[in-house]
Design a protein around this ligand. Structure first.
Ligand code: IMP
Length: 177
């Protein structure tokens, strides 16, 4: 047991730094193979994906571009569902090989609502890389191309992920007790 406290909750270690780093290298190797001779554009989603994007990017040996965006959701005036808009996406995606970089896919709602905006720009290809995936929580269909770890439907913090603003700086990933 290696318990830590973040705000009012206790968390126990779930994925060590070594385990996370080893898995990221494996994903980077897969991407190096899949995109050999291509020049993908990585779109990392802030805030949570900053650490994963950084470590993944360092392990690539292909030519690649990286940009960071923030997603904001608002209720459409007439529509019932949330509309997702992005801040900071200045690159034209037309004909680009795009890879979305996420920290965690939980219900899948965020990406499910956001992907049509990207597809609208007609990228040559569009793939998703997520470090964590709560497969039991998925409620919106999504095809995930690169998954670090399939984890139980329990709240986690660390390695970029926060609990109410705190915990992002932890090198490991912790699960709520
Ligand atoms: P989704 O739209 O339900 O897939 O939610 C994705 C977003 O919810 C992630 O980008 C995180 O910001 C947040 N999230 C979901 N589960 C967790 C968790 O266990 N810890 C921290 N943030 C989470």
């Amino acid at each position: 047991m290696a318990l830590i406290n973040v705000h009012d909750k206790s968390f126990d270690i779930y994925l060590s730094e070594e385990k996370i780093q080893r898995r990221i290298k494996e994903i980077a190797n897969d991407i190096n193979k899949d995109y050999k001779g291509k020049r993908p554009l990585f779109i990392a989603i802030l805030n949570g994906a900053f650490m994963f994007a950084s470590d993944l990017f360092k392990s690539l040996d292909i030519e690649a571009e990286l940009c960071f965006i923030k997603l904001a959701s608002y209720k459409g005036m007439k529509s019932t569902g949330n509309v997702i808009t992005s801040i900071g996406l200045e690159v034209d995606l037309y004909d680009k090989e795009v890879i979305i970089v996420e920290d965690i896919v939980d219900t899948g709602k965020t990406l499910h609502n956001f992907l049509p905006k990207l597809i609208h720009q007609q990228p040559k290809s569009l793939k998703i890389a997520t470090l964590l995936y709560k497969s039991d929580a998925i409620a919106f269909p999504l095809h995930l191309d690169y998954v670090g770890f399939d984890i139980p439907d329990k709240f986690v913090v660390g390695y970029g992920l926060d609990y109410d603003g705190l915990g992002r700086n932890l090198k490991e990933i912790y699960q709520v007790v």
